[in-house]
Design a binder for this molecule. Structure first.
Ligand code: THU
Length: 125
């Protein structure tokens, strides 16, 4: 399943709309029902209006009535691993306190972490 998710994240990263940063990110979210929701970063000429790939994938799942997540893969083709930004960590923590997260720079070059470790003591109401 890890490889399948990375592949989906890699594939969808090609659709990133990132003319400003030129940085393409893909995310693939596995839900408890076995569905996979993908997302890319989508930038905007008004820079703060842009959104990260992870949040697009999560918001697509929520919109489809799914809020139980099993694993998230994030892919960006680069020399180094890019971890999810702080805002995305907070959004992930809203829905999952214990979510395995794969950070990949190639299909066979990735690390597995967890939102627990990426955002300890997350703010929650
Ligand atoms: N980006 C993501 O898609 N996910 C992250 O976790 C960090 C950054 C995107 C946002 C922007 O389009 C580009 O990468 C450069 O910041």
């Amino acid at each position: 399943m890890e490889k399948k998710l990375i592949k989906a994240a890699k594939e969808v990263s090609k659709n990133a709309y990132s003319p400003y940063s030129k940085f393409k990110v893909g995310a693939a979210l596995l839900t408890s029902s076995g569905n996979i929701y993908t997302g890319t970063n989508i930038e905007n000429s008004s820079y703060p209006a842009g959104v990260c790939a992870e949040r697009v994938a999560i918001f697509k799942a929520i919109t489809n009535g799914e809020n139980k997540f099993d694993m998230l893969a994030i892919y960006s083709h680069s020399d180094k691993l890019f971890y999810p930004c702080g805002i995305c960590r907070q959004v992930i923590a809203e829905f999952a306190r214990n979510l395995p997260i794969i950070v990949a720079k190639e299909e066979d070059n990735y690390i597995k972490t967890n939102i627990k470790d990426l955002l300890p003591q997350a703010f929650r109401l």
